[in-house]
Design a protein around this ligand. Sequence first.
Ligand SMILES: Nc1nc2c(ncn2[C@@H]2O[C@H](COP(=O)(O)OP(=O)(O)OP(=O)(O)O)[C@@H](O)[C@H]2O)c(=O)[nH]1
Ligand SMILES: C[S@@+](CC[C@H](N)C(=O)[O-])C[C@H]1O[C@@H](n2cnc3c(N)ncnc32)[C@H](O)[C@@H]1O
Ligand code: SF4
Ligand code: SF4
Length: 341
Amino acid sequence: MLEQMQVRDTRKRPLRDLRISVTDKCNFRCRYCMPAEIFGPEFEFLPQHKLLSFEEITRLTQIFTALGVRKIRITGGEPLVRRDLPELIRMIRKIEDVHDIAMTTNGSLLARHAQALKEAGLDRVTVSLDSLDNERFGMLNGRGYPVDAVLDGIRAAAEAGLGVKINMVVQRGVNDQDILPMARYFREQGHTLRFIEFMDVGNSNGWKLDQVVPSSEIVRMIGAEMPLVPVEANYFGEVASRYRYEGSDQEIGLISSVTQAFCSTCTRARLSAEGKMYNCLFASAGYDLREPLRSGRSDEEIQEQIRAIWEKRDERYSEERLDETPGLQKRPKVEMSHIGG
Ligand SMILES: Nc1nc2c(ncn2[C@@H]2O[C@H](COP(=O)(O)OP(=O)(O)OP(=O)(O)O)[C@@H](O)[C@H]2O)c(=O)[nH]1
Ligand SMILES: C[S@@+](CC[C@H](N)C(=O)[O-])C[C@H]1O[C@@H](n2cnc3c(N)ncnc32)[C@H](O)[C@@H]1O
Ligand code: SF4
Ligand code: SF4
């Protein structure tokens, strides 16, 4: 029986969320994530034996919950290209301390799997969609996938009873003309749409500010047509700032990873498909948990290892970028003691 504890890092941030990548493969080739020139036919993805099995993922998830994790997000690559994914959801659902299981998906395979995912115990999906314009979307996803395939997936998820949010990564000069059409459409559909500032993932020095549309600009743009009212945060460490349309409960969210970094309340650990634990989205190295899993270590030993990794955690990449980048406003940091963290 594992000892239950709430582990905290060097900045007193509790470990609350685990984001699990179940595959490094994807059927899309989004330019900002897996550009086709690099992820071409020759690219070597992880062989099956290097991927964590469902049993291994479930075992680690159980151990993570003993350290404070309550929220699980299944991601990738594209999680729905991993075979039998509902089986993994079913296994994670059985872990008592898991309060919320969400999945981030590009939506293209969702229509086929939504019902099975719901039956397996998935609570909600976040569907990524950067444009409603077929031509632009086909170019953005690098494979010519039509918008309708994703909209069908969204519909199927809602019909199956899954919670649905939509994430749109906004890039200036690429899809900023889609902000208003997306806001109008998803307002009508009754789904929360979140706008994500484009991040230069993996590049730490300086920032191409001209590619980023700051959240404040998006709020002004939408508010001019459909008046918005700010909404209080739902929970400690909530990533999105939320607004509702005046006169209704329908919301939008803004994820300002660039202009208003939220590292001071970051409670997220990440587990890669090959079993490495990362303390930050921008970390350059992870900590291997697959070897201890496969070499017969006990749950207690692995728990101790994860505890030590989190307790050493000092990462705050986006805040450092904010500090280092001329032209980006620093925001005052929220003290944990003020918000009961
Ligand atoms: N820099 C940074 N960006 C993040 C982090 N977590 C999420 N993001 C960005 O926010 C986007 C949306 O992530 P989600 O998992 O949908 O956001 P979330 O707020 O955790 O989702 P909810 O659980 O629905 O509130 C990601 O695609 C990233 O671009 C993080 O820890 N650091
Ligand atoms: C890496 S994908 C994995 C899950 C799934 N394939 C999908 O696209 O939803 C997770 C999210 O990261 C976002 N993302 C990828 N690269 C990004 C970047 N450079 N800046 C901001 N968000 C990014 C994607 O748009 C997507 O919403
Ligand atoms: S669909 Fe997701 S994982 Fe695939 S390339 Fe696009 S952002 Fe990356
Ligand atoms: S940059 Fe790193 S520390 Fe900051 S919010 Fe993102 S994952 Fe957390």
